[in-house]
Design a protein. Structure first.
Length: 603
């Protein structure tokens, strides 16, 4: 970005300043395109308002046409809603959008100490950004501040209109005067949102640390520490919870609650009291999650001890991930934008959409349900995190906070691609980081986080660049928009090819189909027959295709832990549910530990 140099006396001031980066420009184009306008029209109104805020009179020339603000309502009526003004504009040039611009020439009156000074302003629209160029032919040193305020005001106003909660702002007058005096401060709506999320992250970090201290009874630890296994036995943590406990302890070490001693739990300094965690002055969303976690603490302790399956937590509405996402106030513009995309896709294909809801977000989110109903979409719900036989017949796939449920992210994007017809659209929203309280809830449901090979990972999320790269490999080139200061990104991708580097079934592709072999495969087959009431016939049969669900998966994982002393993560079973793969995973784990425990009567 080029900033203005401080001019010498009587030196003309030239300068070009970026007023909208690629993300802001792209968002504004997405918002204005359905209206037959572009980011350029929005910028013209914003520039005119910013200039009006520091002038007493002006003549405006746009695209070679002189326009008096007094006769052009879109520029003159600053009390009108921004959307109404946008619809009245006719500033589109119709030229190459990568090399077009509008020159706004204004005769300034009363700018600084200069009377009748001439100011020219050009809005330059490039491929992925917009810039504002100002030329003040009689500027002095003391006149630089008002002009810098113009560019700051324009930049902050465009961010204000492109923010995640912008939908309601477009139906109100643009509050330029409120932005101009504070252009040098961090008082814009965008900055306030960032500060609020910084506060949110800080509060969640403290709350998570105090809740874990409470659940794991860390305030009872001696100052010199205790071996972890000895402590878990003492406080009755189930053996199946070890992956989850490892995830939580690593988080506590990363946040300086526990000392970085592998295999030993030792407090690092004085622990904050965990008894009054509900009484702290948390903000609304944080307080809601804290109260839910403490209210249902008895159930959570049963899960940690192995007396209840993690799926029992899904019976508590306040702890269901989809419910928590739907209740997040700063995500409201995302639901509105998804509704707009659904309408665009319906208009494009000329009939109601056949849509797959991966993960069932619409079942917990009334805003998304209303958007689907309004668009007339016919939806099918499929669970996230497990293989699905894709028939490439759907017009759209909706995946709200569900792609990360696959242990292998390549399986997530591959599944989405396999469900879409050529030309179909993926609409996804994903968090690029896991907030601390989300780490507690998701960790409980997943029993810690592992990749597709069962190796521990700190979080199941991926960054924005990773999702875009993976989508491209499966024929889904995508665009993404960060959701303001939240750790979320909205992704839109269209299937352009049926050729991709992903195969749904590794077992079948390697030619491993055949009769079930003696040993672990036969033992697992008998266990599946007992749990599912259906006996597998081939070593590549899938647990879920035979009738398995989350509850039966939890029971199977518990049976494997009891029978073999091996813990299989839920995400791992979802990612690789075939009999041969499960058997190999168990055999590999037994080889690593060097022993096998058989208990009579299990099978």
């Amino acid at each position: 970005m080029v900033e203005y140099p401080v001019p010498r006396d009587d030196e003309p001031q030239y300068g070009e300043t970026c007023i909208a980066d690629s993300a802001t420009t792209r968002t504004l184009n997405d918002l204005t395109r359905p209206l037959g306008r572009s980011a350029l029209s929005a910028a013209v109104i914003v520039v005119a308002d910013a200039l009006a805020a520091i002038r007493s009179a002006a003549t405006l020339t746009i695209g070679g046409r002189e326009v008096s603000p007094r006769s052009h309502r879109a520029l003159d009526d600053r009390s009108a809603p921004f959307l109404a003004r946008l619809l009245e504009t006719d500033f589109e040039t119709g030229s190459d959008p990568e090399n077009c611009g509008i020159a706004d020439e204004l005769t300034m009156v009363g700018v600084g100490g200069v009377q009748n000074a001439h100011l020219s302003a050009s809005i330059i629209l490039r491929a992925d950004s917009m810039a504002l160029e100002l030329h003040h032919d009689r500027a002095k040193k003391q006149d630089a501040a008002p002009l810098t305020a113009v560019t700051d005001c324009v930049r902050l106003s465009l961010q204000y209109l492109a923010a995640p909660d912008a939908s309601s702002r477009w139906t109100e007058p643009l509050p330029v005067e409120a932005i101009v005096p504070d252009a040098r401060r961090s008082s814009s709506a965008s900055h306030r949102l960032h500060r609020r999320w910084q506060t949110r992250r800080s509060q969640e970090t403290e709350a998570a640390a105090r809740i874990l201290t409470r659940w794991l009874r860390l305030d009872d630890l001696p100052s010199d520490g205790v071996p972890a296994e000895q402590w878990w036995t003492r406080i009755r943590m189930g053996s199946g919870a070890r992956p989850l406990l490892a995830t939580w302890c690593q988080w506590l070490r990363d946040h300086d609650v526990l000392a970085p001693d592998e295999g030993v739990l030792r407090p690092l300094g004085q622990l904050r009291s965990s008894q009054d965690v509900c009484e702290s002055a948390w903000d609304g969303p944080v307080r809601g999650m804290v109260v839910a976690l403490i209210t249902h603490e008895a159930l959570i302790q049963h899960v940690l001890s192995g007396d209840a399956p993690p799926t029992d937590l899904l019976e508590v509405p306040e702890l269901r991930p989809n419910r928590l996402v739907a209740a997040e106030p700063d995500l409201m513009p995302v639901w509105q934008r998804i509704g707009d995309i659904l309408h665009e896709e319906t208009d494009r294909i000329g009939r109601p959409l056949a849509l797959v809801d991966l993960g069932g977000a619409t079942q917990e989110n009334p805003h998304l349900r209303a958007a689907l109903d309004h668009a007339g979409a016919v939806s099918t719900v499929l669970p996230a995190g497990r293989p699905h036989p894709g028939d490439s017949s759907f017009d759209a796939v909706l995946a709200v906070s569900s792609l990360h449920r696959w242990a292998d992210p390549m399986d997530a994007v591959g599944t989405a691609s396999s469900l879409l017809r050529l030309g179909g659209t993926l609409i996804a929203m994903e968090n690029t980081e896991l907030m601390p309280l989300g780490m507690l809830i998701a960790g409980l449901l997943e029993n810690g986080f592992t990749d597709a090979r069962g190796r521990p990972i700190s979080a199941p999320t991926q960054d924005e660049a990773t999702w875009l790269r993976l989508l491209d490999t499966v024929g889904l080139p995508a665009n993404s928009t960060p959701v303001g200061p939240t750790p979320a990104v909205l992704i839109r991708a269209q299937k352009t090819s049926n050729d991709c580097l992903w195969s749904e079934s590794v077992e079948h592709s390697e030619g491993q189909a055949g009769p079930i072999r003696p040993g672990t495969e036969t033992e697992i087959a008998l266990l599946w027959a007992e749990l599912l009431r259906t006996a597998p016939q081939d070593r590549t049969d899938s647990f879920f295709e035979l009738g398995g669900d989350s509850l039966r998966a939890t029971r199977f994982i518990a049976a494997v832990q009891k029978r073999y002393g091996v813990t299989i993560a839920m995400r791992e079973l979802f990612a690789r549910p075939h009999l041969v793969t499960v058997a190999r995973r168990i055999d590999a784990a037994i080889s690593e530990t060097g022993h096998e425990t058989h208990e009579e009567g299990v099978l």
